[in-house]
Design a protein around this ligand. Structure first.
Ligand SMILES: Nc1nc2c(ncn2[C@@H]2O[C@H](COP(=O)(O)OP(=O)(O)OP(=O)(O)O)[C@@H](O)[C@H]2O)c(=O)[nH]1
Ligand SMILES: [Mg+2]
Length: 376
């Protein structure tokens, strides 16, 4: 299920059906044709599709590294969500000792587990962060978080520019940041907007409505639409960003996801017995809220996005866009690049030291659309 949709079956035996020696000659092979451009059939079966098998075998040997960060105001359930991610169906067999009450998070801390499924290894690291926003002056409360993200880019860069470098550079870069929006039911607060604007420039951000069990189904829907509207008007491009859709298939799939974001999630790290099944959920006086039940909350959608459908894409965008911006900016700063055509002046970036991708056409279009739409 990971990343290789075209690899349901293996046929990598050297003298298997792909062996050109065993194939009957192409019926066209006796046809005269230009010696410069031989038709494809003349070459017989080359076995290009087997490259996928090679990639799969290599990837299985190497495993995957994936790093998530949770960010948001204090008490919104970030640490609980870290446990929910590790304890949910897909992974619970490998993790123990997570049943104790979650203490308040006072410093940035990472938890790593290697999860193995059908021979595929995933080294998943989740970085928990202290809640912000409880101070009277919340100025620059984003600094420690943005600082941590940049530090990981810097580590990678320092390894990458070594003359003798490791064959495999350990990747601690944050591939996805889950941003917890408080379930106020109104709209994004100015603090969330400021934070999100900065975060989206440096990392892939997936916002979620935290503690969604405190909202009714209608309230969730209205709140989601308001947040989407706020994101558009403030030009905040959360993941999956429209400008990186590569083709029509991406656009169709990602539009559906964009329509559901922010996911309304509930976190829990306790298991309960429901109709003879052991489920992860929150027990209340009136019943159990099951985190893996789509009728109760959208945690399964979040997990599917992170792992099942978009893990590789999140990593690609981190490497090709966010890290690349950082790298160009740093190399420009340290004058390692000559000021030739490749030199990009990112010095006047308005917020923070990092390069900010310009608002995309899609975003500009959204802003125009949202001008007509002033119901919120
Ligand atoms: N109702 C409800 N409560 C939740 C949910 N997730 C977590 N909680 C509870 O909220 C309280 C705080 O949860 P934490 O996970 O410690 O919150 P946090 O965001 O890590 O808080 P800080 O570490 O202070 O930033 C705990 O009592 C959790 O059991 C949720 O989805 N719904
Ligand atoms: Mg915490």
């Amino acid at each position: 299920m990971f990343c290789f949709p075209a690899m349901g079956h293996r046929h990598c035996c050297a003298l298997g059906p792909m062996d050109p020696m065993r194939r009957s000659p192409s019926p066209c092979s006796s046809r005269p044709s230009s010696p410069r451009t031989p038709p494809c059939e003349m070459l017989g079966y080359v076995g290009i599709e087997a490259v996928l098998d090679q990639l799969k075998i290599k990837a299985m040997k190497m495993g995957f590294e994936f790093n998530i960060m949770v960010v948001g105001q204090s008490g919104l359930g970030k640490s609980t969500m870290v446990n929910t991610l590790f304890k949910s169906k897909m992974w619970k067999s490998t993790v123990q000792g997570l049943g104790t009450p979650t203490p308040q998070t006072l410093k940035l801390q990472s938890v790593t587990h290697v999860i193995e499924e059908k021979g595929v290894k995933l080294k998943l690291t989740v970085t928990d962060t202290p809640g912000f926003g409880d101070q009277i002056n919340n100025d620059k409360c984003w600094d420690p978080i943005l600082g941590y993200i940049s530090e990981q880019y810097e580590r990678y860069l320092q390894e990458e520019i070594l003359i003798t470098r490791q064959r495999h550079i350990p990747d601690t870069r944050v591939h996805c940041c889950i941003y917890f929006v408080p379930p106020t039911g109104h709209c994004l607060r100015p603090l969330d907007i400021e934070f999100l604007q900065r975060l989206c420039r440096t990392v892939n951000v997936v916002p979620v409505i935290a503690r969604a069990d405190s909202l009714t189904i209608e309230e969730r829907e209205t709140f989601r639409r308001r947040i989407q509207h706020n994101l558009r008007t403030h030009c905040i491009e959360v993941y999956p960003q429209k400008c990186f859709d590569e083709d029509i298939n991406d656009r169709i799939l990602n539009s559906k996801i964009r329509d559901r974001i922010p996911f309304a999630v509930v976190g829990a790290d306790r298991e309960h017995l429901v109709n003879g099944r052991c489920v992860l959920g929150r027990k209340t006086k009136w019943g159990i809220i099951e985190v893996e039940n789509l009728a109760h909350c959208e945690f399964p959608l979040l997990r599917d996005l992170l792992i099942r459908s978009h893990l590789q894409d999140l990593k690609d965008i981190t490497h090709n866009v966010h890290y690349e911006n950082y790298r160009v900016c740093r190399l420009n700063e340290s004058h390692l690049l000559p000021r030739g055509p490749g030199w990009v002046n990112l010095a006047q970036t308005p917020a923070g030291p990092l390069a900010a991708p310009q608002p995309s056409k899609a975003c500009q279009q959204d802003q125009e659309d949202s001008k007509d739409d002033d119901e919120y």
